[in-house]
Design a protein around this ligand. Structure first.
Ligand code: RB5
Length: 145
């Protein structure tokens, strides 16, 4: 499984720890798109960079910022992107089962790293249920055109 990973400065340390965690997984190829230091930067540029890769390669993305809110709002401006801000494992589970989320958004400032790892594991291992949930996704795909 190919995973693109990116954050702004607000979650740089957590992104680095998550990168190490994902690198240890044999089933995962993780690509770190930045940011590459704790210097102040703007979250939309990292969300844009990641979303473009996720769309081009039909891959999974993980985005972090201080709250997780900025990156999720930015990512969801792109068609075909279903970005879910998850603050616990149940959010991650439901975002996959019912929403077929393809981008996981996380808060570096509110979510401790051990919980971040659990959320990521749940997100990566939960399949989409399809059926009536696909009907709902088809419906919201038509909005905002
Ligand atoms: C940066 O201070 C912070 O605003 C950003 O990481 C994020 O939380 C925005 O939504």
């Amino acid at each position: 499984m190919k995973i693109f990973l990116a954050s702004d400065h607000g979650a740089f340390n957590e992104k680095q720890q998550l990168l190490q965690y994902l690198k240890e997984k044999e089933s995962v190829e993780v690509i770190d798109l930045g940011t590459y230091s704790a210097d102040s930067t703007n979250y939309p540029e990292w969300a844009k960079k990641l979303v473009e890769k996720v769309k081009a390669e039909k891959a999974v993305g993980i985005l972090l910022c201080g709250s997780g809110i900025g990156v999720s709002m930015t990512a969801n401006r792109y068609s075909g992107i279903r970005a879910a801000l998850c603050r616990d494992e149940d959010d991650a589970k439901m975002s996959r089962l019912h929403n077929n989320a393809n981008v996981l958004c996380l808060s570096g400032r509110k979510t401790p790293i051990d919980l971040i790892k659990k959320i990521v594991d749940t997100f990566l291992s939960t399949p989409f249920e399809g059926g009536r949930h696909q009907t709902r996704i088809d419906q919201f795909n038509l909005l905002g055109e």
